[in-house]
Design a protein around this ligand. Structure first.
Ligand code: SF4
Ligand code: SF4
Length: 143
């Protein structure tokens, strides 16, 4: 299974179309919407995790979106967790919308799965120990 978190920007003329549903019907992809909003200019912005059985299958779906005028990019930043500082208080797990930060039982350790992170930054402002941080990563081509 190949899976990636991507950012989709829909121009106003396609923002109302059900293009994301076509990913399931035409390309057999799975998606999980992490956040979605429409700007005052009627432009749609969606952060989602897309999963496919293979990388070529993923690329076909992404190319379809691009052909419809959708801009596809990856988050410019990446979150890190400093395990030397983390006290495993669990506060960040309560705000993390994607369960990228979660408690591993029975050890009750807070672990970070960066593949699930949507870079919403909520954990950074929530962490009392300042164990969560942000760094800029290299630009990445999608499909
Ligand atoms: S809020 Fe900070 S200190 Fe607490 S578990 Fe999360 S990363 Fe660790
Ligand atoms: S930035 Fe933090 S709170 Fe947001 S999804 Fe990533 S780990 Fe969770």
């Amino acid at each position: 299974m190949y899976s990636k978190i991507i950012i989709l920007t829909f121009p106003p003329e396609v923002a109302q179309k059900a293009l994301v549903c076509q990913l399931v019907k035409k390309f057999d992809l799975l998606f999980n919407i992490l956040s979605a909003k429409i700007s005052n200019q009627k432009q749609g912005l969606m952060v989602m995790e897309i999963s496919a059985a293979s990388r070529p299958g993923f690329n076909k779906g992404i190319n379809f979106l691009k052909q419809q005028g959708v801009t596809v990019s990856t988050p410019e930043h990446q979150i890190f967790k400093d395990d030397q500082i983390c006290t495993h208080c669990g506060a960040c797990t309560a705000v993390c919308p994607t369960q990228a930060l979660h408690i591993r039982r029975p050890a009750m350790e807070v672990v970070f799965d960066k593949k699930k992170c949507s870079v919403c930054e909520l954990c950074i402002v929530t962490c009392p120990s300042r164990a969560m941080g942000l760094f800029t990563k290299e630009p990445e081509t999608v499909a």
